[in-house]
Design a protein around this ligand. Sequence first.
Ligand SMILES: CC(C)(COP(=O)(O)OP(=O)(O)OC[C@H]1O[C@@H](n2cnc3c(N)ncnc32)[C@H](O)[C@@H]1OP(=O)(O)O)[C@@H](O)C(=O)NCCC(=O)NCCS
Length: 209
Amino acid sequence: MRPEIIVVGAGGHAKVCIELLQAQGDKVAYCVGNPDSVDSCLGIEVLKSDDHLQALRTEGYERVFIAIGSNAVRKKLATKTTEMGFQLVNAISPAAIVSPSASLGLGIAVMAGSVINAEASIGDLCIVNTGATIDHDCVLGLGVHVAPQCALAGNVHIGSLSFIGVGSKIIPEIYIGESAVVGAGSVVISNIDSAVTVVGVPAKALHKI
Ligand SMILES: CC(C)(COP(=O)(O)OP(=O)(O)OC[C@H]1O[C@@H](n2cnc3c(N)ncnc32)[C@H](O)[C@@H]1OP(=O)(O)O)[C@@H](O)C(=O)NCCC(=O)NCCS
């Protein structure tokens, strides 16, 4: 089996993830993009279709990182690649601070300057983006994206595939449902239902604004 990693994605988020993987000592063999992708991403050849994945698996590659910002697409491609027999790897910056008592899922990105504190739980395929802080006892479900410079206070629960926009703040003990969206710069002081978009300070459902 080949130890090099296949990165699915070839955009800006993929660039950051490739550098995280390289910083932890991994080598990236190829990116897999789509027909509109660039030819190379940080000097790594981009194969321009998911159709290449099966051939790469047959060639002996078994480690994959899904570097796609969209939560739903990331989940779909993770399912597709794991069904082919790929294993999801993590990309964790050496400049992140991760508590030894935190639990981490598979296929996660934890970027520079982020902090994951005591007994927090980070689900599979989550993104903890640059400078985001996830405090004690927080629980992030599958495929949650916490954008740069967000601050989650203690014991915040976020349901699968939800997105927390750049610079948002969430007070302690808040529950957010699945596939919810918190707009950039929001301050969340009450629970949020699934599939709702909220914005503002304090955050309110978008349709009420
Ligand atoms: C919340 C968000 C998803 C809404 O996007 P959208 O559905 O396209 O909404 P629109 O841009 O049409 O805006 C609808 C209304 O909400 C307001 N609004 C949108 N985002 C807002 C925000 N973050 N805070 C306050 N008001 C906001 C708009 O001003 C607009 O108000 P109006 O109807 O009075 O003109 C988007 O604005 C946002 O904040 N995205 C976060 C992006 C991000 O953090 N990316 C990080 C990537 S790592």
